[in-house]
Design a protein around this ligand. Structure first.
Ligand SMILES: [Zn+2]
Length: 276
């Protein structure tokens, strides 16, 4: 009798475990990660990003967006320079010649269209920070929920207006955020470049952990030497954020994808190819 009761209890436990597993299956995990071309540019004087080093030298920059197909819906990380630049034959020349002259070889809209993804399909748009080369196309997605740090959202704009349209739905974050509640996509607070800068940790089933830098660092040589660009809002915060990223890379055995590093970008699979 006791044996029968035990077998029954085991059978019930097993059935519950199976139900939980199948309930978790279709709603958790990253299914695909696409890297989109969201701008290409030439930095006029790279020492703006590496004070005292390579003064007066120019450098090629990439600008990526990352499209995540999660079991619960689509998420876009960064939106690049505005699609309007694609129609400018000379690209967009910066007011300060030391800054970046941007071109747009492809629009974000056309790359989504190629994948059969409509702007209305995007559930979340998260931006690393609010510089124009990252928020250029936020308003292509008026219905998507913005995931942005409160400190960034409320950072006073030099023009005295908000950084986002007040009617745009937004979740204002205070620190890290597990986007889908399953640990597969986590926003990390990494302030310093701007007051509410953030990075992104993804755990992919085949590729493993990938860490998206945002502009916590702009290119590998600055990462290797822990250099802080002159326009960053807080040097000590920047250094602490770089250390935090290094610690997470070690713990997660994560690859670091540096958004503006063109040499690294050239080694990545670009959309419509994808990572799993
Ligand atoms: Zn940038």
């Amino acid at each position: 009798m006791q044996l029968i009761a035990l077998s029954l209890a085991l059978a019930v436990t097993f059935a519950i475990a199976l139900t939980q597993a199948s309930a978790q299956g279709p709603t958790s995990g990253v299914e695909r990660l696409y890297v989109l071309n969201c701008g290409e540019g030439v930095a006029g004087d790279i020492s703006r990003w590496s004070p005292g080093v390579n003064v007066g030298k120019s450098m090629d920059f990439a600008d990526n967006c990352y499209l995540i197909k999660h079991a619960q819906g689509w998420m876009l990380w960064d939106t690049g320079v505005t699609d309007a630049i694609a129609a400018m034959p000379e690209g967009q020349r910066p007011a300060d010649p030391r800054a970046t002259h941007w071109r747009r070889p492809k629009t974000l809209a056309s790359q989504l269209e190629q994948l059969g993804v409509k702007p209305a399909d995007i559930k979340y748009v998260a931006v690393s920070h609010t510089h124009p080369d990252h928020i250029g196309n936020v308003e292509l997605f008026p219905q998507a929920t913005l995931l942005v740090q409160k400190a960034e959202y409320e950072w006073p704009n030099p023009l005295g207006v908000g950084r986002f349209k007040p009617e745009h739905p937004a979740t204002k974050l205070s620190g890290d955020h597990d986007v889908f509640g399953d640990g597969s996509v986590t926003i990390l607070s990494t302030p310093g470049h701007t007051p509410g800068h953030q990075s992104l940790l993804m755990r992919l089933p085949k590729t493993g952990a990938v860490l998206l830098s945002g502009d916590a660092v702009h290119f590998k040589d600055n990462w290797d030497n822990r250099r802080v660009p002159e326009q960053n809002t807080d040097k000590a915060q920047t250094v602490a954020s770089l250390q935090r990223l290094a610690d997470i890379m070690a713990k997660e055995n994560a690859q670091l994808w540096i958004n503006h590093d063109k040499a690294q970008r050239d080694s990545l699979k670009m959309s419509p190819e994808f990572y799993e």
